[in-house]
Structure formats: structure tokens, C-alpha cells
Design a protein. Structure first.
Length: 255
């Protein structure tokens, strides 16, 4: 590479590094504002002195009987839990409703994650959620505002719900589609990863690694995804510029 080209590339990368820092700062500000909004929203719904189980029940009641929301386009592609909570249409869509529930639960200090129900080919047929209660992951249905419990009020896990009789009992009060079964579940839609996605997903599930990884929050929040993108961009471009600077210093010392 000619010297003039190197200078041009370094200047361009320096501008990109500066842009990445600015965009990361703006995304971080937006993320902090979103977190504050979600925490305030959740605390207005759930009893602050209640147990985690009571807080989860309160959130589900809101999803079941929420007041009228704004009318928005459900196909705008913006994965934002705040947008979902403000939209009547998005709260009817399993993916956006479950993601919004997860962020609200986490705002209350309750571990939660999105859960995918898959068909035989690994295609997602429904999206729901899990919360960590009493030392284990249990299933909730934000789309239906439903707490998955048996006749004795015991929270049910996805393993419990693989039994069809248990599933029917837990969903007896709602019109739950019969093809929403828990015999095959996942956390990441690996089919969207080109070429190796499906095989990689199957390999990770068989070894239980996907269960340990869970679902990264960036997959369900466009604000968080932008923040991570610009932070990674700044780290790589800044790291390359620093490496080049140190390389030149060593070269000059050697000369």
C-alpha cells in the first residue's frame, strides 16, 4: 500500500473511530433513558414489597388487561420494548410482547428470558418467556397474560409442560392453540444464521450449551443492539489505530 493510501486510510479510520464514540455515547444515553422508563413502568404495575412471584403475577395481569394503547404499525421492524408497551398491535404479537415482559421483569430484579417454541424443522412457531422463581426457570405467557401453573398453583417449567395433560390444565382458561407445544424449545433463531445456523443450533442444544447461554438481550432491543455495535466498532477501530501508532514508534526507535 502506497504511503498516500496509508495516510488516507488512517484518517478515514480516525474519523470512523470518532463517529463510533459519538454514536456509542448517544446510544448509551438512550439505553439509560429506556432503562429508567422500563423500571418506572414496572414499578407502577407491580407491588414493590411483594415477592418475585407476586410481581410476575402483577405484570401478567397488566398484559392480560392493559388499557388502550396507541395504534402503530406492527411491521415497522423496530425491536424496542418501550414501543411495544405503547402499542396495542405489538402487545398482541408474541415476540414483541414476550420481549417487553422480559425487560419489565428484569427491571424489577427478576431474571427473565425469551423462550422459542419450535416445530420439527426448527422453525419458530411461538414466542413466550421464562422467569427465575424458587430456584428454577418457569414459563409465563405474556401474549395471553397467563401464569403457567398447575391445579395446585405450582409454577410450571418447560419440562413440565411437555406433558400435554399438564399443558392443557395450565391453559384451560384461554384459547391456547393446540400446536403450541413444548416438546422442542430454543432461545436463538439459528435458522437466520446463513449456511451453518441450523446445524450449529442443533449442536449447541444437544450439549445443553444454548440453555446456559440463554438469549442475548441485544436480539430483542434495537437500542441495546446499536449500543453494542458502536462500542465494538470503536474498540476495533481504536485498537487498530493504537496498534499502528505503537508499530510506528517501535520503527522510529529502531531507526
Amino acid at each position: 500500500m502506497a504511503k498516500s493510501q496509508k495516510v488516507f486510510f488512517r484518517k478515514a479510520l480516525g474519523l470512523w473511530f470518532a463517529l463510533s464514540l459519538v454514536m456509542a455515547f448517544l446510544a448509551q444515553h438512550q439505553w439509560f433513558a429506556q432503562r429508567a422508563y422500563l423500571q418506572g413502568f414496572a414499578e407502577a404495575i407491580a407491588p414493590l414489597d411483594g415477592s418475585p412471584s407476586e410481581k410476575v403475577d402483577a405484570l401478567l395481569r397488566y398484559f392480560r388487561h392493559h388499557p388502550p394503547r396507541l395504534k402503530t404499525d406492527p411491521n415497522d421492524g423496530d425491536k424496542n420494548p418501550v414501543t411495544a408497551l405503547r402499542s396495542s398491535e405489538l402487545l398482541k404479537i408474541c415476540g414483541s410482547a414476550s420481549a417487553a415482559f422480559v425487560f419489565l421483569a428484569r427491571s424489577l430484579g427478576i431474571p427473565a428470558r425469551v423462550l422459542l417454541l419450535l416445530n420439527e424443522r426448527g422453525v419458530t412457531k411461538h414466542v413466550t418467556a421464562e422467569v427465575w422463581l424458587d430456584g428454577r426457570w418457569v414459563v409465563v405467557e405474556p401474549t395471553f397474560g397467563l401464569a403457567m401453573k398447575d391445579g395446585n398453583g405450582r409454577w410450571l417449567s418447560k419440562e413440565d409442560l411437555r406433558d400435554l395433560a399438564t399443558l392443557r390444565q395450565a391453559t384451560r382458561h384461554v384459547a391456547y392453540p393446540p400446536d403450541y407445544t413444548y416438546d422442542r424449545t430454543g432461545y436463538i433463531n439459528w435458522r437466520k444464521v446463513p449456511l451453518v445456523g441450523q446445524r450449529l443450533g442443533d449442536w449447541l442444544r444437544k450439549r445443553g450449551w444454548e440453555e446456559r447461554i440463554g438469549r442475548p438481550l441485544v436480539l430483542d432491543n434495537s437500542v441495546l443492539a446499536r449500543l453494542y455495535f458502536w462500542l465494538i466498532s470503536a474498540a476495533f477501530s481504536g485498537g487498530w489505530l493504537l496498534w499502528q501508532h505503537l508499530k510506528e514508534r517501535r520503527k522510529n526507535k529502531g531507526a
